[in-house]
Each structure stands twice: as structure tokens, then as C-alpha cells.
Design a binder for this molecule. Structure first.
Ligand code: SF4
Length: 329
């Protein structure tokens, strides 16, 4: 049975008969784990067909941390967490520029300014735009933002300032979302994703796996994302944070994480697949295999509230794997 689904998908991909169906994705999601190497071979062939060989590196900085009124159950920046991260809410463009310079020195070609909160207020947005202009003047980086829910008036301002990409994740499937967040709706997220595209900003939109969702939820998330046609799809893996509602969850098994990287690649062949938060904690020594399974971008350096790989480690990894570092346009 397992061989059948792998063989069927292989024939389909060889004959170039379109992407895989939801039923086929589900079969791959539940087939025996000893089929994983073959699934990874399939997804690797799709990456080679649609993408230049190599890996994009993206740096991020937290411009505003903590004190978030939203109740995302995985997030230590939420005021609902029993041990929320200490807030730091003053946006300092010069400090953001310093972080951007460090990211560029570490091989990143994209730098994303990330903020906690439901969405930016007027003064906050002005500070972010000032930071974007500084980075564009003093570095060669392409600049992204992840500021939460945007209004119709705000998206054009970011576009005019030269923001290349906007990150706004769906997090999980529509069906599972109410178990993860109740203070804003799934459709609020979709509206912001559509709004940024309407304003000529490229969309970076993905999710987080390991929230207690089912295999069906993960496949549904991938198909929800496919509807939005994001240029970049970040895949995060829950690294349970003490004090959050999901603090007692078990992290995903690394082989399951690899399985879903492969399946997302098969469902989203044209998107850049960014292996994001939780990569080190969940994949551990399997991290290089993520790049074989279909990921072709990494977050370089630290995440928002947790440590990432030490500077230079990812560059060493690329060298060992003989993979060139690509530049975001
Ligand atoms: S994920 Fe974002 S919106 Fe949700 S609680 Fe954390 S900072 Fe707030």
C-alpha cells in the first residue's frame, strides 16, 4: 500500500501531471515511516525542477517584544502566558540597522523586522518605515516586515517605503485555528495576506507544526497556503515554551518534521520553503536533511525569543553540503 502511493506520486511527477491531490498528500502523511527516504527523493526532485540549486538565508530581529494582547497558545510574547517574555516595546531604528548589518555579514540577503502585537499603530509604523529606509540606505539587504494585521491604509505605506516581503502566517488549518487563537480570526489573517499582495508586496506566509493538530490539519494548512500563492512559506516547529498553554506539548519527532517538509514541498512546488523557528530544537542533527527534503531557505541567527544557530554555522553547513547561498531579489 505504502509503495503504491509513492509509486503513484512518482509516476505523476515524472509525467508532469500537476501537483499532488489532497488524498495523495494524506496517504503520504500516514504511510509507514520507512517510506520517508523515497518521499524525500520525490520532494527533492520537485525542488530541483522548480528552483535554483542553493539556499536563501534570512535574518530577523524583534523590533518590539512581548506585551502582546493576543492569545496565541504557543507564544511566550502573549500576556496570557504564565511566564511572558520581558517586554521591550520601544522601536529603535539605529539598533534595528545594527542587527541588519550583522545579518548581512552572516550571509543573509533578506532581513525581516518583526513585532509582537495585533498590528502596528500610527507612530509604530512610522518608526518601522524609518528603520526600513535606514536598512535600504546602508545595506544591500532586501527588507521584509512582520507586524501583524494591517489596515487598508497601512499596506501602501510599507510598499512605498520599499518593503519587499510581508510575513503573516496562517499558523494552522482553518478548522484547528480556534484551538490556537481566539482574539483574532483566521479570516483576519487571510485578509492581511491578500492585502499585502494587492499592494505589490511579496507574501511570506506559512505556519507552525506540532500544536496538537492532526495530519488532516497539516494537509489543510498546506492547501490553504496554496490558495494564497505565497512566494515564501515559513515552516515553524513548536519548541514548547514554559508558561504557554502548549508548554507541556511534546516536540514533533524529527522524522515527522522531515516528512511534512517533503509533503509541503510537493503541495507547494513553486514557493521558497523556509525552515524557520524550532529547526534546531526539533530537527537537531537531522537539520541538513531538511534541505534534502525540500526546504531551500533558513532563518539565519537567533529567533524572536529563542536562540538559533551560532553565526557562521549555517554557512559551514552550506559549504559542507556544497550548496550555494542564494540572494533574495
Ligand atoms: S504570535 Fe504574534 S499575535 Fe500571537 S501572541 Fe505572539 S506576538 Fe501576539
Amino acid at each position: 500500500m505504502d509503495e503504491n502511493i509513492i509509486e503513484r506520486v512518482r509516476k505523476k511527477l515524472t509525467g508532469d501531471r500537476g501537483g499532488i491531490t489532497r488524498d495523495e498528500a494524506m496517504e503520504l502523511a500516514v504511510c509507514r515511516i520507512d517510506g520517508l527516504p523515497e518521499i524525500m527523493l520525490l520532494s527533492n526532485s520537485v525542488t530541483s525542477r522548480y528552483h535554483e540549486r542553493g539556499v536563501y538565508l534570512c535574518g530577523i530581529t524583534s523590533a518590539r517584544t512581548g506585551a502582546c494582547p493576543e492569545d496565541c497558545s504557543f507564544c511566550a510574547q502573549s500576556v496570557y502566558s504564565e511566564h511572558p517574555v520581558p517586554p521591550s516595546t520601544r522601536i529603535e531604528p539605529r539598533k534595528i540597522l545594527e542587527s541588519a548589518r550583522r545579518a548581512e555579514a552572516g550571509g543573509a540577503s533578506e532581513f525581516c523586522i518583526v513585532m509582537s502585537g495585533r498590528g502596528p499603530g500610527e507612530r509604530t509604523l512610522e518608526k518601522v518605515i524609518e528603520s526600513v529606509r535606514l536598512i535600504k540606505t546602508h545595506t544591500g539587504l532586501s527588507v521584509g516586515c512582520s507586524l501583524g494585521i494591517l489596515t487598508e491604509d497601512q499596506a501602501p505605506l510599507l510598499s512605498e517605503a520599499g518593503v519587499s516581503r510581508y510575513n503573516h502566517n496562517l499558523e494552522t488549518s482553518r478548522g484547528y485555528y480556534p484551538r490556537i487563537c481566539t482574539t483574532h480570526a483566521y479570516d483576519d489573517r487571510i485578509a492581511t495576506a491578500r492585502l499585502v499582495k494587492k499592494n505589490g508586496i511579496r507574501l511570506c506566509c506559512g505556519g507552525i507544526l506540532g500544536l496538537g493538530e492532526s495530519a488532516e490539519d497539516r494537509i489543510s494548512l498546506a492547501y490553504e497556503l496554496r490558495e494564497l500563492e505565497p512566494e515564501v512559506v515559513p515552516l515553524n516547529f513548536l519548541n514548547p515554551r514554559p508558561g504557554t498553554r502548549l508548554g507541556g506539548m511534546h516536540a514533533l519527532h524529527p522524522l515527522e518534521a522531515l516528512r511534512y517538509i517533503s509533503i509541503f514541498r510537493l503541495i507547494l512546488p513553486e514557493s521558497i520553503l523556509l525552515c524557520a523557528g524550532g529547526r534546531e530544537a526539533v530537527l537537531g542533527e537531522y537539520q541538513p536533511w531538511a534541505l534534502f527534503a525540500g526546504a531551500n531557505a533558513l532563518i539565519a541567527g537567533d529567533y524572536l525569543t529563542t536562540k538559533g544557530s551560532p553565526p557562521g554555522d549555517d554557512i559551514d553547513l552550506m559549504r559542507d553540503l556544497e550548496l550555494p547561498i542564494l540572494r533574495y531579489t
